[in-house]
Write a protein that binds this ligand. Structure first.
Ligand code: CA
Length: 532
């Protein structure tokens, strides 16, 4: 043990020495050319639907190309988002700041295009920059030499793309039509841009897919995929034990008809379902849930199949053009997604399935093949990490994340985070998730569902929000012994001391990230009543 501590200390000091002397360049060998950064991000792709991560779906729905990227580099097990919803997660990635600091707390908030962002800094540092695919930050992309982006959510078939140089106007409208399937089109555009890029300058390229975001319109070539296959079900699809609110309220959109306001059963049996409805007449309740799950998963996994094929096309292009060695390739998603676990679909919750982001990365010059890293890392860390690889020495003081470059070569510092702060603002919007915040440590997760609608900035969309507060409550999960979060043990007297410690640490994290509740008098009132 002492030996190990000594070794860790030595590694730690060595890291400080390496960083202090800025000798990363030496690690790149004799070629000091800055690396290209190719950031491929999909939308709502859970680690459970990437075979390299393992899961009940790994054998039945393999993702060989994403797996190839992981096996030639590093697979990160514990990358979490700080607010599990599309637009806010993207704003975190662009700024290196938590939602309350970058101003994008909800789907309705506009990203401030005048402010600095990661693309602007890299552009100033000699990078050529481009953004292709799903942007979803409302305002016109800035910091990019080139962009060609989907208006709003974009379409799966024959999508429109809005190109730089044309009027931006309404972010949900406009653009030129591209024939084909959206995942293929975005990859075509990504490859075209690389082909026409300045070969003397490094590039920072964001290639963002619409898939596998709902509603899941797969490519016609995948229509028969999984046709006669039974997709394995999670146990918690039918039995949820003691997961969720202690008072028995039922929140969150469901696979079954549990949530009358939003459930998959009603959606996939509707004539309006884009890939065609299923017929569940004459089935028992359980059979209906099973049929609904099969339909949802098959549609979802077919859109994933196209993503994986297109990651393969990108990797082939890099190989064929001599770009593999000096290009950092990342595959990630803006957050996770529920695939029937706890009878949920969608994301938003602080539970594992939506909190965790897939993150695989390859950089042959520095990262050895077949690495696996389980350090607790956040989307707020991405921007500082890019700056580190790009040799930008001064990380702006507003950035709240930390570079994890050293972590990927075995140099995790001793003070690396062991807990993280999460907050979801959109109280009861769209999928009936009460607003909440919480702390995740390596062993536990404590969540406070404060149940208030705060910070809805867009008045025109306010009717989408459920204005009525919900009864506040707490949840505690023992992640070591209950990794699937089946048993909310908040009221178990055995955990009184753990709860106390976690609450203290949660308050400290809130202070550290600049999200103290004092600015919300209503929330302070709720806290007074429900904190202890
Ligand atoms: Ca998303």
């Amino acid at each position: 043990m002492i030996k190990l501590q000594h070794k860790l200390l030595t590694i730690g000091l060595l890291t400080i020495a390496l960083v202090g002397c800025k000798t990363y360049k030496n690690l790149e060998g004799d070629n000091n050319k800055k690396p290209n950064i190719l950031f491929i991000m999909s939308d709502d792709h859970t680690t459970n639907a990437i075979s390299a991560y393992g899961s009940r779906l790994a054998n039945i729905a393999p993702t060989p190309n994403i797996d190839r990227l992981a096996s030639e580099g590093v697979l990160m097990d514990n990358v979490f988002c700080t607010n599990s919803i599309c637009t806010p997660s993207r704003a975190v990635i662009m700024t290196g700041e938590y939602s309350q600091n970058n101003g994008v707390k909800t789907l309705d908030d506009d990203f401030d295009k005048e402010r600095e962002n990661i693309a602007k800094i890299l552009q100033k540092s000699g990078y050529q920059t481009a953004m292709i695919g799903k942007w979803h930050l409302h305002t016109e992309p800035t910091g990019f030499d080139y962009y060609n982006v989907l208006p709003g959510q974009g379409k799966y078939n024959n999508p429109l793309l809005k190109e730089k140089g044309k009027p931006w106007k309404d972010h949900n409208k406009g653009g030129e039509k591209y024939e084909g399937y959206v995942t293929d089109v975005i990859t075509d555009q990504t490859i075209d841009w690389m082909d026409n890029s300045d070969k003397e300058k490094p590039f920072f390229l964001m290639s963002h897919h619409k898939a596998p975001h709902g509603l899941w319109e797969f490519a016609q070539r995948h229509a028969e995929l999984f046709k006669d296959v039974d997709i394995p079900e999670p146990e918690s699809l039918y039995t949820n034990e003691n997961h969720g609110p202690i008072h028995g309220e039922k929140y969150g959109s469901s696979i079954s008809s549990r949530n009358p306001g939003r459930n998959m059963l009603a959606q996939v049996t509707s004539e309006k379902w884009p890939t065609g409805p299923i017929n569940v007449s004459g089935m028992s309740d359980k059979e209906k849930v099973s049929a609904t799950y099969q339909k949802y998963l098959k549609d979802y996994l077919r859109t994933v199949a196209a993503i994986d094929e297109n990651v393969g096309r990108i990797l082939d292009y890099l190989d064929e053009n001599g770009l593999t060695e000096n290009t950092i390739v990342i595959y990630t998603s803006d957050q996770g997604q529920f695939l029937g676990e706890h009878d949920y679909f969608d994301k938003r919750w602080m539970y594992e399935e939506s909190l965790r982001m897939p993150f695989v990365m390859r950089y042959p010059k520095e990262i050895k093949p077949k690495q696996r890293n389980s350090d607790m890392t956040l989307n707020v860390d991405f921007a500082p990490t890019f700056l580190d690889y790009a040799g930008v020495e001064k990380v702006p003081s507003y950035m709240q994340g930390k570079s994890f470059r050293g972590n990927l070569i075995g140099n995790t510092t001793e003070d690396w985070r062991t807990s993280m702060y999460y907050r979801y603002w959109m109280h009861m919007a769209h999928h009936y998730n009460p607003a909440h915040y919480g702390i995740r440590t390596e062993d536990y997760k404590l969540i406070f569902f404060y149940g208030l609608q705060l910070d809805s900035t867009n008045n025109s969309l306010k009717e989408n929000y459920y204005n009525t507060p919900t009864e506040p409550y707490w949840e505690l999960y023992d992640l070591k012994n209950d990794p699937k979060e089946m048993n909310n043990i908040y009221e178990d007297p055995k955990y009184i001391d753990i709860v106390k410690q976690l609450k203290e640490e949660l308050l400290k994290l809130k202070e550290d990230v600049g999200d103290t509740d004092e600015i919300y008098p209503e929330l302070m009132k709720v806290r007074e009543k429900y904190w202890d």
